[in-house]
Design a protein around this ligand. Structure first.
Ligand code: GLC
Length: 643
């Protein structure tokens, strides 16, 4: 390509990172751009080269980047410089995440600022703020319908207040992660409104069609995301006589990334937020970002070009920023969102399969399926890791690896039916209390909603005043957290789970929420419960203290770093999930009994891996001799053995 066309009169050698000029001082910005320039352009050209405006749009992008670099605060540039030196900073065992809705947790940003110390006390170093940008007042899918990427949703406060929260977090050593809705905007976004008024240049930013002919072709192969709560992939608007691509809800219009302007504008918004101090972007629903007729419009190759390009943009303007991607697909497919073994795309990805496997083990009280599935996990790039979580704001979709189920002699269809009923509470042996989500009664297929504590049996135990069941429920809650807090990857706690908050059945009485059972597990944060967190005679106190202790312990030992891999093994006692981490100096063995019976775990498989001798449990303090033939693990007990 002819750089002169794009860059005008500049020394293009700089951009290729090989300038010999001795008299000119090359700025940090130019050096960074020089390092990625060719790759960035090549990708851009690959995607947009067939368009006449490709070079102009590329130039626009470079201008935006230069501008945002000029606006970036010194405090943030300092972090950029440190992280360029230490690119694996997020792999430290100190990273512990917490996700929250600003309004549910603290009403607004002023409230959040006052409550940050609570999170600091728990040991959180990374706060994931659920969508907080301007959104429609009523129908907004919990904020996943963004009406402006540069304004805060009014009831939450102002951009100034947001910055002040972010600054405080930074002072306390906490990184702020912002949800970034990249696939669609709300239909109230300025671009959508201008499109609706008939302005063609804005209509090109979305997928809009005069007749149903083209949508009909898409509909042949594109599955629906919300077949029950919001059926269809397109919405017809009579006022403009157009069919609009709306993968999610009607009020969420899919952006058209085949238009380079969309890529640029979104890059600009992302840089703008990064300049407010956001250090982690949660890239929402990325598998949907590219659409082609004749495909499922999921996970298409071009998405990887787009994410790689966004990463280059960040590398130049705000290299301290990392991406967390949301793609709820099998782990082998997720590897592509890390950008393969070179790690060119997301730094972290949700470990949705692990989350599903943990719940599966809660229901089945055995761990063979989980262990076998985890053994098949791909190796990750050197500077990348998983986000491990047990619950989040979304439902649990039962995406099992069918091969693994088959290998264990389990019929997928029957098994999913069982799991669904189990967590709904429709089963005589269940302890769980949840809801179906997107449930298809004909196929008996669907997903599950509910808070961690209610799914673990606490709600039912409290209602039936069953002290024994309550004890088991508490143990399950601790056990699930214990696993994510000791595994390789960044553990992220879902707000309220550290206090064992129960389901919020009130959602059924709220008109625009009742149809979406995900609101069951989005209760307002209960500050009355939080007051009890230091009192271990209460459920809240016991759960909070256990999680806090484990966070402190995790931080104290290097073995918990995310770049020390975790291996899972089958010992012959499938009720007990067994995993270990090992490096030159330290060995860690985790054991978690998913059943209410004591189990003797054979140790020979550990011996085969060179794990012997006396080990100390880091939480309880007791010593366990691994040289013996078996280790006794009590009902729902977890051991963190260390040597
Ligand atoms: C993601 C979010 C989910 C939202 C959807 C549409 O999957 O996690 O809550 O409904 O994207 O933005």
């Amino acid at each position: 390509m002819n750089y002169q066309n794009v860059l005008g009169k500049v020394d293009t050698n700089i951009y290729e990172g090989k300038s010999n000029m001795t008299t000119t001082v090359i700025s940090t910005y130019d050096k960074r751009l020089g390092k990625v320039y060719n790759e960035l352009w090549n990708r851009y050209h690959k995607i947009y080269g067939h368009r006449e405006d490709a070079s102009q749009q590329f130039q626009n992008l470079l201008n935006m980047m230069k501008q945002k670099d000029a606006e970036r605060k010194d405090a943030l540039k300092k972090i950029d410089a440190e992280r360029e030196e230490n690119q694996g900073w997020f792999l430290s065992q100190n990273q512990v995440g917490y996700m929250l809705y600003i309004d549910l947790f603290a009403e607004n940003l002023t409230g959040l600022k006052q409550k940050i110390k609570y999170l600091h006390e728990l040991g959180v170093t990374y706060i994931h703020l659920m969508p907080f940008l301007k959104m429609p007042d009523e129908h907004n899918d919990g904020g996943y319908a963004v009406s402006s990427y540069t304004e805060i949703h009014k009831p939450f406060g102002t951009m100034k207040q947001f910055e002040s929260v972010v600054d405080l977090c930074r002072e306390l050593g906490m990184s702020v992660c912002s949800d970034f809705v990249i696939n669609h905007t709300s239909k109230e976004h300025e671009w959508a409104q201008k499109a609706r008024q008939g302005m063609e240049e804005y209509q090109d930013m979305y997928f809009m069609f005069d007749t149903y002919d083209i949508p009909a072709q898409y509909d042949k192969t594109v599955p629906e995301v919300f077949p029950k709560v919001s059926p269809g992939n397109f919405t017809y608007y009579e006022d403009m006589n157009k069919h609009v691509f709306t993968s999610f809800y009607e009020f969420q219009w899919d952006l058209n990334y085949q238009n380079p302007r969309v890529f640029n504008e979104i890059a600009n918004c992302m840089m703008e937020l990064a300049n407010k101090g956001v250090e982690i972007f949660r890239l929402d629903a990325i598998p949907f970002m590219w659409k082609e007729i004749g495909t499922t419009c999921r996970n298409l190759d071009e998405i990887h070009d787009l994410i790689e390009m966004y990463r280059y943009v960040m590398k130049v303007v705000c290299p301290g920023v990392i991406f967390k991607g949301e793609a709820i697909v099998q782990p082998q497919e997720i590897l592509s969102y890390f950008g393969g073994m070179e790690g060119k795309e997301c730094h972290t990805m949700y470990n949705a399969s692990f989350m599903v496997l943990l719940w599966n083990s809660i229901a089945t009280k055995e761990t063979a399926v989980m262990t076998e599935a985890l053994c098949r996990y791909p190796q990750l790039p050197e500077k990348a890791t998983w986000i491990n979580y047990v619950r989040c704001h979304d439902d649990i979709g039962w995406g099992f690896d069918n091969d693994v189920l088959g290998q264990q002699g389990i019929n997928w269809v029957e098994h999913t039916k069982y799991i669904l009923k189990f967590f709904k509470g429709d089963f005589h042996t269940t302890f769980s209390k949840g809801e179906y989500y997107e449930f298809d009664e004909w196929k008996f297929d669907g997903r599950t909603s509910g808070t961690l504590a209610s799914l673990c049996g606490l709600e039912w135990a409290l209602e039936s005043r069953d002290a024994y069941q309550q004890e088991l429920a508490e143990k399950r809650i601790k056990l699930l957290h214990s696993i994510i807090l000791s595994f390789s990857g960044i553990p992220v706690i879902y707000s309220g789970d550290e206090l064992a908050q129960l389901n919020d059945w009130n959602y059924l009485t709220v008109e625009n929420k009742a149809h979406d059972s995900r609101w069951l597990h989005r209760p307002s944060f209960d500050w009355e419960k939080a007051k009890k967190r230091h009192d271990v005679s209460t459920v809240e106190g016991r759960i909070f203290t256990d999680i806090k202790n484990r966070i402190e312990t995790r931080k104290a030992y290097d073995i918990f770093r995310s770049d020390v891999p975790t291996y899972t093994i089958r010992t012959g006692a499938d009720q007990v999930f067994t995993y270990f981490k090992k490096d030159e100096h330290e060995t860690f063995v985790g054991l978690a009994n998913f059943s209410e019976y004591p189990v003797y775990v054979p140790t020979h498989v550990l011996h085969q891996r060179g794990i012997w001798g006396n080990m100390q449990d880091l939480i309880q303090g007791k010593y366990v001799d691994v040289a013996k033939e078996t280790i006794l693990v009590g009902p729902y007990e977890t051991l963190w053995l260390y040597q």
